[in-house]
Design a protein around this ligand. Structure first.
Ligand code: L34
Length: 286
């Protein structure tokens, strides 16, 4: 029987602490942090995540503006909106929900965001700072994963960590954060040979591949810590499921995260934290 880390419960505690802190900001700074989220198109997953971000903002006392635009929006118009938000002194955080429609250059859009308002930590300057171990805004999902490991009392230093997936959003940055915690990190991907052999060597396994129930029991060592980043629809039941076959893997794991209620809520929680950090940096620079 594994220890199941509830991201839902942990994020609720952290959000309550943040709410208490934010409640003091009006008197101290004259206003509360302001997060602006841009949603392009109507992908049901994106709509659900953006709604979760607005809900969490309300819980923490952060002002949230969600700008919704059709999938047909021109890149120029999107860049114009970002320029306006960059120039607005009352906007502390800007997030463009990904993925964007194919006709829009994602990297160009991310780079257009003022790096001091980049609450995702995706701007090239923040990415460079992360890889050079300089102070920066950490990407929300990797930050949430390390918080979950630490809260569960998982020792990271010296451990063999295997990450499945090499995306800019999760795989690469979580690998770097685990390396900074002194794990020995292996990054695997679609071209990895004998993947199961590699993952069986993992003491900490982070799965961010985006395929329902991809990780099966034979791929996991007895006693492993398993972090499931996937949010998929189970093709059989239509219900939400992770990248890990939870029912099969949980009995072998020492610690595991569920889907839903695991990494997802922690991503949103860390977004709240990053928004507060960007706000405070600005206020303290005045
Ligand atoms: N710019 N794009 C930008 N920043 C991000 O940090 C994200 N991400 C990923 C996709 N695109 C992004 C998110 O917000 C993934 N993601 C995210 C956020 C929240 C949840 C899942 C993914 C989440 O709360 N999941 C719930 C279930 C939600 C549901 O019911 O649909 C969970 O319990 O896992």
């Amino acid at each position: 029987m594994a220890n199941i880390i509830s991201g839902k419960e942990l994020s609720a505690r952290l959000k309550a602490d943040m709410a208490a802190e934010v409640a003091t900001f009006g008197a101290k700074y004259g206003r509360v942090p302001h997060l602006t989220v841009i949603l392009v198109g109507e992908d049901p997953g994106s709509v659900s995540y953006v709604t979760g971000k607005a809900k969490a903002s309300a819980e923490v006392g952060i002002r949230n503006t969600t700008i919704r635009k059709p999938a047909t929006i021109a890149e120029e118009e999107l860049l114009g909106i970002i320029a306006g938000l960059n120039a607005d002194p009352e906007v502390d955080g800007i997030l463009v929900q990904l993925p964007l429609p194919k006709h829009i250059d994602e990297q160009k859009v991310i780079a257009a965001i003022d790096e001091t308002k980049d609450v995702d930590g995706f701007h090239p300057l923040n990415v460079a700072a992360l890889w050079q171990k300089q102070p920066c805004t950490l990407p929300c999902t990797p930050k949430g994963i390390v918080k979950m490991l630490k809260t569960a009392g998982v020792e990271i230093a010296g451990k063999r960590a295997v990450v499945i997936g090499r995306s800019n959003i999760v795989g690469l940055p979580v690998s770097k954060l685990l390396l900074d915690e002194n794990a020995t990190v292996t990054v695997t991907h679609s071209r990895t040979r004998d993947l199961a052999e590699v993952t069986r060597g993992a003491e900490i396994l982070v799965v961010a591949i985006g395929r329902p129930k991809f990780v099966t029991a034979d791929m996991v060592a007895e006693g492993a810590v398993v972090i499931d980043v996937g949010v998929n629809r189970d093709p059989e039941t239509g219900k939400l499921c992770g990248d890990v076959d939870f029912a099969a893997v949980e009995p072998k794991a020492s610690v595991i995260t569920p889907v839903p209620g695991g990494v997802g809520p922690m991503t949103i929680c860390c977004l709240m934290e990053n928004t507060i950090e960007c706000f405070l940096r600005k206020m303290q620079a005045r």
